[in-house]
Design a protein around this ligand. Structure first.
Ligand code: GLA
Length: 358
């Protein structure tokens, strides 16, 4: 293969072999992914001078990944973010899921898709791609229905990482897939992302309680959650009593609802950008999802575990833009639809398009 290299990454603690795939794109773009969790281990992107840096946080080896938490770079499912009390009802039947985040279910449960070994098919070419698939059996982690999932990671010639998710089920189920990459456009070791600029076409966000469970849909107008005009993450980072919503989460960890989320269709739309003025890197966000969880890595505290290059975890050293439907949406009237029925195809496309400002 010309633009994809395969290599052995070692084994998980329970003896599963892990394979790595390095994709070579245009202008020095390069990405490494594992079949374990579909984890993006590194994503190299040029800056204004053509120098490449790795713009995602991650680990050096499988043992470090397994020793740690935080879902760095991983595919998330069956349901991204929290489900209150790990419980929901579909057609009169109540499903009970594992509570792996206090009283709540987070990112798919005890063994989510981030810890499964995915099947991988390589598609070599000028725009190299990996096609990952996984069959999530009926009852896995308590969810109903055999779910057949396919996720494509493609490095496009226009310097974009395109992620396309597809899934079908044989029983009515709930579904919210996403990728949990932690971006720092200055390079993963460059310090805080609070000086990154963010713009988002989001008119509303979800207010959460102290367990980060959504309570209600609120307008961003006049709050630190208003990113309709570009601003740095630092500008209104009021983690004090000026903004209880930010204080409770220790920073941004909220679902931002795009302006037309009520009328979402499958069209992929431009939704905003993240920019680092020091390196000149900009990352535009395109998606067909109704919302994005913006997470300023407030739980990325130094726990003694190593990240890449021996770096220690530190808060706000990266930001996640997890495109998705609304967390806990099955438990709230008027939230986004998260149900997949037999015969339907779940189709989610998210594009991170990189460019440099001179
Ligand atoms: C998500 C959540 C956060 C946190 C991280 C994982 O993005 O919104 O609250 O749980 O995942 O550490």
């Amino acid at each position: 293969m010309k633009n994809i290299q395969t290599f052995c990454m070692g084994k998980t603690a329970d003896g599963r072999a892990v394979t790595g795939y390095t994709l070579y794109g245009t202008a020095g773009m390069k990405m490494t992914v594992s079949d374990l969790g579909g984890v993006i281990w590194s994503l190299l992107v040029p800056d204004a001078q053509g120098r490449v840096s790795d713009v995602v946080a991650g680990y050096d080896c499988v043992a470090d990944l397994e020793a740690s938490s935080g879902y760095l770079g991983a595919l998330i499912g069956r349901f991204g973010n929290r489900i209150a009390k790990g419980s929901f009802t579909l057609d009169g039947k109540t499903y009970t899921l594992y509570q792996n985040d206090g009283n709540n279910h987070l990112h798919g449960g005890k063994v989510g898709y981030d810890s499964r070994i995915w099947n991988v098919r390589c598609e070599d070419g000028e725009e190299p791609a990996l096609i990952l698939s996984y069959l999530s059996p009926d009852g896995e982690e308590g969810y109903p229905g055999n779910l057949s999932i396919q996720v494509t990671y493609r490095l496009r010639a226009d310097m974009a990482l395109e992620i396309h998710y597809e899934a079908t089920t044989d029983q009515k189920t709930v579904l919210n897939l996403t990728n949990h990459s932690y971006f720092n456009l200055g390079g993963f070791a460059s310090g805080t992302i609070l000086d990154h600029t963010l713009m988002l076409d989001a008119t509303q966000y979800l207010e959460t309680d102290e367990e980060l469970i959504p309570q209600r849909i609120a307008d961003v107008d006049g709050t630190p959650f208003d990113f309709r005009a570009a601003k740095t993450l630092r500008r209104d980072f009021w983690v004090d009593d000026r903004c209880p919503a930010l204080q409770l989460a220790g920073g941004y960890d909220h679902c931002f609802c795009f302006s037309d989320w009520q009328h979402a269709d499958k069209t992929v739309r431009y939704r905003g950008y993240l920019q680092d003025d020091v390196s000149g890197r900009r990352m535009e966000l395109y998606t067909n999802q109704p919302a994005v969880q913006v997470y300023s890595a407030n739980f990325l505290e130094d726990d003694g575990n190593r990240l890449k290059g021996g770096l220690h975890k530190s808060k706000q050293s990266a930001v996640c833009l997890e495109t998705q439907c609304m967390p806990d949406s099955m438990n709230h009237e008027g939230f986004t639809d998260c149900i997949l029925r037999p015969g339907q195809i779940y189709e989610h496309t998210t594009v991170f398009l990189f460019s440099v400002e001179p």
